[in-house]
Design a protein around this ligand. Structure first.
Ligand code: HEM
Length: 436
């Protein structure tokens, strides 16, 4: 893999802790848009570089289908991009389960609309460093009057990497052949680079290309989603369905597949083990096939087993639906113990990175999170991350009788999102050099 040409945000894990910001831009003047691409090429760090040109601030730049059009990329080239990307996320709402309160008509503006052209993500070890970097970049943007910032979302990752429901996040990620980044589960064979980067062979032996080749090669697709989490409702649910705090924590673990400390049920079936949860060398070293085919320890329907069934016997081939995933919390934390909603908007800025929007992101979202047929559970949905309309049931395998939880409310609502393309550094320069 040409790590010097791949944006660092694709393969390299993020620092911890960090503050991040998402800024969306609209391009009204293609000359200014192209200048933005040229400037981006000089500040975006490659996967081979450990130092950022902006000191301790790391930037990645992605462009939507509408953005490529606004930059004047010829239609013949646009037509060689993935079909889902050309549709845009809002057009894929029904397939993604973005219905009812999650449907695009309720999305935060301008998310899902035609004005979202460029998605810039910047992250730094803390808010002060991030703001200083943004202040330094402002004059450069002012010169580009044909490019307008239309939306901004601040996010953060705590030192504990806790997401708003209180679980440690950022644990499991795949190994990618040819990258310097080891996977977190040594039991998983590294995936072919073409699963994550265009222009490289993938698990099926195919190579995705675009016309011209330089535009797509070493780039990746991303799916950004702003997911609101109803933390108070989640806490009430745990309280109302348990016999006290210890039982509530066990229920929380049975919904996620991990204790809130990050310790997986697979390795800590009876009680939490916070030291294990925090230990990156141990907290992801497990499968399901040998020890727990029936899901009596880690339920087949819990979030992590759905999102990555690993070696479990399920319909299909799990390796074809793996993803690189970044979750960053947004909004204020709900103070511990509070079970009444304070009205604040909080949740996760979720980002998928991969080479196959359809068979990776859309498949996982629609078949694994929002359905249960793949492991024999009918239309049961993910108890943590499902979107969709109306309550649903959740089954915890147990001896002598399973436990069935009825009428789980949805705890997550989609507030908006978009598909974008993270071009290689050469492609950013190519976009910057376009002429009419
Ligand atoms: C607000 C919604 C969500 C929350 C709170 C959430 C939370 C979590 C947490 C706490 C973990 C365990 C930590 C880890 O392994 O890194 C996890 C794992 C994971 N999540 Fe989510 N997630 C959400 C949405 C999604 C969505 C929409 C997808 C994909 C479409 C997804 C895919 C995954 C995957 C692939 C894993 C790793 C599973 C494994 O390898 O064991 N998550 N998530």
């Amino acid at each position: 893999m040409d790590l010097h040409d791949i944006q660092r945000g694709v393969l390299s894990p993020r620092p911890s802790p960090y503050a991040a910001t998402y800024v969306l831009f609209r391009i009204d003047d293609r000359a200014h848009g192209r200048e933005l691409m040229r400037r981006a090429a000089s500040v975006v760090t490659s996967a081979a570089d450990t130092l950022s040109p902006l000191g301790e601030t790391w930037v990645s730049v992605a462009v939507t289908y509408q953005g490529l059009r606004a930059l004047g990329v010829p239609q013949s080239a646009l037509d060689t991009f993935a079909w889902e990307f050309r549709q845009g996320m809002a057009a894929r709402a029904t397939a993604l389960g973005d219905i009812g309160p999650s449907s695009p008509e309720h999305w935060e503006q301008p998310l899902g609309g035609p004005d979202v052209h460029v998605v810039l993500t910047a992250l730094a070890p803390d808010t002060a460093l991030l703001e200083a970097a943004i202040d330094r970049a402002r004059p450069a943007f002012r010169q580009l009057s044909g490019v307008t910032a239309i939306w901004r979302q601040e996010c953060h990752a705590l030192p504990t990497e806790t997401e708003p429901f209180g679980y440690r996040d950022g644990i499991s990620h795949p190994a990618v052949e040819g990258s310097d980044v080891p996977g977190s589960n040594p039991r998983e064979q590294p995936l072919k680079a073409g699963e994550f980067v265009l222009g490289q062979p993938d698990e099926l032996g195919g190579v995705q290309t675009t016309e011209p080749d330089v535009l797509g090669r070493n780039g990746s697709y991303v799916a950004f989603r702003k997911l609101r989490q109803d933390v108070a409702a989640f806490r009430r649910f745990l309280e109302q369905n348990s016999d006290g705090p210890d039982d509530a924590e066990l229920l929380a673990a049975k919904l996620m597949g991990r204790w809130r400390s990050g310790a997986p049920l697979a390795l800590a079936p009876e009680r939490d083990d916070p030291a294990l949860g925090a230990d990156r060398t141990r907290n992801n070293v497990f499968g399901y096939a040998c020890d727990d085919p029936g899901g009596f320890v880690t339920p087949g329907g819990c979030h992590i087993r759905r999102a990555n069934p690993r070696d479990a016997a399920v319909a299909g081939e799990p390796r074809l639906h793996r993803m690189i995933r970044r979750g960053t919390a947004y909004g204020p934390l709900l103070p511990d113990g509070v079970t009444v909603d304070d009205g604040a908007d909080r949740g996760l800025m979720f980002a998928f990175v991969g080479a196959h929007l359809g068979r990776q992101f859309e498949f996982a979202q629609s078949q694994w999170l929002n359905d249960g047929v793949f492991f024999g559970a009918g239309d049961a949905r993910d108890p943590i991350a499902a979107t969709g309309d109306g309550p649903h049931d959740y089954t915890i395998p147990r001896r002598p009788v399973r436990r069935r939880l009825r009428d789980l409310p949805g705890f997550v609502t989609t507030r908006g999102g978009e598909y974008a393309f993270l071009p290689s550094l050469s492609a950013l320069r190519w976009l910057g050099a376009l002429t009419d």
